[in-house]
Every structure is written in C-alpha cells, then in structure tokens.
Design a binder for this molecule. Structure first.
Ligand SMILES: [Zn+2]
Length: 51
C-alpha cells in the first residue's frame, strides 16, 4: 500500500517498513493535522473523514 498527499510531498508506504494499518493511520493523521487530501495508489478504502 502506498499513500501520498495531493498537496505536499508527504507519503507513507508499506515499503518503508510500515504495516498497512500504520500507513492508513499515518494518512489519517496527516489529513487531520493538515487538512490535506491523501490519495492511494491501490484500492484500499480512501481516507474518509466525517465532520
Ligand atoms: Zn500534505
């Protein structure tokens, strides 16, 4: 799994030693902290944040 930010150069990948759960968690944290949209190269559930 590879997730990356559409607004800055943030990214997280299982190839960096993260588990898929950690990648998802990092992506959500990035979104929460910055409001940036995080996209994924594969087909795991997108980051969905409900107001
Ligand atoms: Zn970002």
């Amino acid at each position: 799994m590879y997730k990356y930010c559409l607004h800055c150069d943030w990214h997280a990948s299982t190839s960096d030693g993260y588990t898929e759960r950690e990648v998802s968690k990092e992506a959500i944290e990035h979104f929460v902290e910055t409001g940036h949209t995080v996209d994924s190269l594969r087909l795991p559930p997108p980051v969905v944040v409900e107001n």
